[in-house]
Design a protein around this ligand. Structure first.
Ligand code: CP
Ligand code: NVA
Length: 309
């Protein structure tokens, strides 16, 4: 068992800003170097490392981009649905974490409940990576910061509007606003506001955050407009959400109120005709497929950091 505590990548609020900046910078450099990242940019340990991935929810991007990232870095992967494990029959999270830590070098989890992630990380002796929970999605936002920067330059001091559900992806944007020092404006209906605890954390850390019911107010002059599905995995009130969120659809008229050079981001999967119109997501301001590609590069940098000396 390792004596030093593992480098978990659980959430942006618990990592220092310098580390997060270094990871994004490494991701930019790794993207430039193409498929084969030079060995000098990687920790030695990665060459024969094994990443185990456990999914309690579906995934396209996270699943494939982590798998490809690990392989291109010289490591290997094991992919499991939670029902493949004894976890599905009641073995404890703590025991599962302790056992898997004896076999593999890092573990990525996509879980229904954030508590599962925390419990797993408490007992794991190898790095644990958050591949989405009900509360946050930090790997996505690392790719999003990278995407903003490669199209519009450094994100520090710039402005981002989140329009729609105050969900898990919004929560990681809130963490990022503090860590990467940009203005974040969230437009949402009152009953779908982001977590009050995370809002408090942002205010305590002097983040520049506006939460409003008005999509127009949020996007006015911003550098980037972001949205996400109105019905996240695990949400059981789809009809109510679709009703509540109708005024928050991102369409051409709303994009016109953003800054002249504003980009449009969406973590995908997207539901055209709900949270975004086809015209916007397929339009010239949309960078959603760069964003999806950047999951690969950002996660290479996250893996290198987690497995670093
Ligand atoms: N954006 C994202 O995490 O996509 P998947 O659910 O397909 O992994
Ligand atoms: N908010 C969405 C993100 C999917 C990547 C969900 O949790 O389903």
């Amino acid at each position: 068992m390792s004596k030093t505590s593992p480098r978990h990548f659980l959430d942006l609020d618990v990592l220092d800003a310098k580390t997060l900046r270094a990871i994004v910078d490494a991701a930019h450099a790794m993207k430039k170097s193409g498929k084969h990242v030079p060995a000098k940019m990687l920790p030695k340990a990665i060459a024969d490392a094994i990443l185990c991935m456990i999914f309690e929810k579906p995934s396209t991007r996270t699943r494939v981009s982590f798998d490809v990232a690990m392989r291109q870095l010289g490591g290997q992967t094991i992919m499991l649905n939670h029902t493949d494990l004894q976890l599905g029959r009641g073995e404890s999270i703590a025991d599962t974490a302790r056992v898997l830590s004896r076999y593999v070098d890092a573990i990525m989890l996509r879980v229904n409940s954030h508590e599962t992630l925390d419990e797993f990380a408490t007992h794991s002796t190898v790095p644990v990576i958050n591949g989405l929970t009900d509360i946050t999605h930090p790997c996505q936002i690392m790719a999003d910061i990278m995407t903003f920067e490669e199209t519009r330059g450094p994100i520090g001091g710039r402005s981002v509007a989140w329009v729609g559900d105050g969900n898990n992806v919004a929560a990681s944007w809130m963490h990022a606003a503090v860590k990467f020092d940009f203005d974040l404006r969230i437009a949402c209906p009152p009953s779908l506001r982001p977590s009050a605890a995370i809002e408090k954390w942002v205010r305590r850390n002097k983040g520049r955050l506006l939460i409003t019911e008005s999509a127009e107010e949020a996007v006015s002059g911003v550098d980037c407009v972001v949205t996400d599905t109105w019905v996240s995995m695990g949400d059981e009130d789809a009809d109510r959400r679709k009703q509540l969120l109708k005024p928050y659809a991102v369409d051409d008229a709303l994009m016109k109120k953003a800054g002249k050079d504003a980009i449009f981001m969406h973590c995908l999967p997207a539901y055209r005709g709900n949270e975004v119109t086809n015209d916007v997501i397929e339009g010239p301001q949309s960078v959603v497929f760069d964003e999806a590609e950047n999951r690969l590069h950002a996660q290479k940098a996250i893996l290198a950091w987690c497995l670093g000396a």
